[in-house]
Design a protein around this ligand. Structure first.
Ligand SMILES: Nc1ncnc2c1ncn2[C@@H]1O[C@H](COP(=O)(O)OP(=O)(O)OP(=O)(O)O)[C@@H](O)[C@H]1O
Length: 297
């Protein structure tokens, strides 16, 4: 197929028009945080695993294109990553790894600096390519990079739901607010799920949420929902060291219980409405000019 954009390799060049008849819409959940190191990848890996364990066909996509972690966290050795797709060495489908528990993973590459410098059109191309990935799926969980770079914003904008992970550190709360502000003002995101991580108890999680909600309600046109809290849990740290998901290896750990609860709640969110299936990104949001989405100063 001809590439409409010189930045896009063959595998990422086709739009959604050519997709075959789908099985049904696939819910896309983007996980982001603003600040790094707050637990995004831990949340993505364990949410995705908890969804698989609940019978949902789930794909976990690592879009931290420069410093990928999902494969490391699960002890996987990918043959191909998204960097190979961009280098035209393989098709997107070739990157998919199926774990023994059924979780499917698309890994990114670590230490490839050029992958952090993709053009906005290449990020949109990646979203398009996933939209026509012909896999039998119910959910796709997208683990984003830290920060507010274009790729993060594009994946969050195109997802049905965005989970912003926050922990009890001033920089985490400030950066989460900065991310929500940019998503709301520049990308038209109107609903964000807030997940408090590494908290002592539920009260601390709720207080964190209320802090964010107060300032967002004052300055932004966005609805924040409190998704819940994951406790600071030594079992989770041990699972990371063993390169396994805590929900699999220590299923009765406090964090595992919390992840299962969050997975259950995420399944109650409104389903995508599109009749067309595959990965149901909000492609139209990516092509609408920013001005029509009410970009504000
Ligand atoms: N609930 C928790 N309890 C205990 N430790 C945790 C918890 N969540 C995360 N961690 C620890 O914090 C570290 C960072 O977590 P993780 O890699 O998931 O963060 P991240 O936000 O994805 O980081 P990055 O921005 O670098 O990608 C991990 O080593 C993990 O062990």
């Amino acid at each position: 197929m001809q590439s409409p954009d010189p930045h896009l390799p063959h595998a990422l060049s086709s739009g959604p028009e050519g997709a075959d008849a789908p099985a049904g819409p696939v819910r896309v959940i983007a996980v982001a945080s603003g600040k790094g190191g707050v637990g995004k990848t831990s949340v993505s890996v364990n949410l995705a695993t908890a969804l698989v364990n609940a019978g949902q066909r789930t794909l976990l996509l690592d879009t931290d294109l420069g410093l990928a972690n999902v494969d490391v966290m699960l002890g996987l050795t990918p043959t191909f990553t998204l960097a190979d797709v961009f280098a035209d060495r393989c098709e997107l489908r070739d990157t998919v790894i199926e774990c023994p528990n059924g979780l499917m993973i698309v890994p990114a590459a670590s230490g490839k600096r050029h992958m952090t410098e993709l053009q906005p059109s290449q990020h949109v191309g990646l979203v398009h390519a996933f939209s026509e990935l012909d896999l039998d799926l119910d959910v796709m969980v997208v683990d984003n990079a830290a920060g507010i770079a274009d790729g993060v914003l594009t994946f969050c904008q195109a997802a049905q739901d965005v989970i912003v992970v926050v922990c009890d550190e001033p920089a985490s709360v400030t950066d989460a607010y900065a991310l929500i502000k940019v998503l709301s003002r520049e990308r038209g995101v109107s609903r964000v799920q807030v997940l408090a991580n590494q908290v002592q108890d539920h009260r601390e999680g709720k207080q964190l949420f209320e802090k964010l909600e107060r300032v967002s309600a004052r300055f932004l046109d966005v609805t924040l929902n409190y998704l819940g809290a994951i406790p600071r849990d030594e079992w989770l740290r041990r699972a990371v060291q063993r390169q396994e998901a805590v929900v699999d290896v220590f299923p009765s750990a406090p964090s595992s219980v919390a992840f299962r609860d969050i997975a259950r709640r995420s399944r109650q969110w409104q389903s995508p409405s599109g009749a067309r299936g595959h990965v149901e990104f909000f492609l139209e949001r990516l092509v609408a000019p920013a001005a029509t989405r009410g970009a504000a100063a």
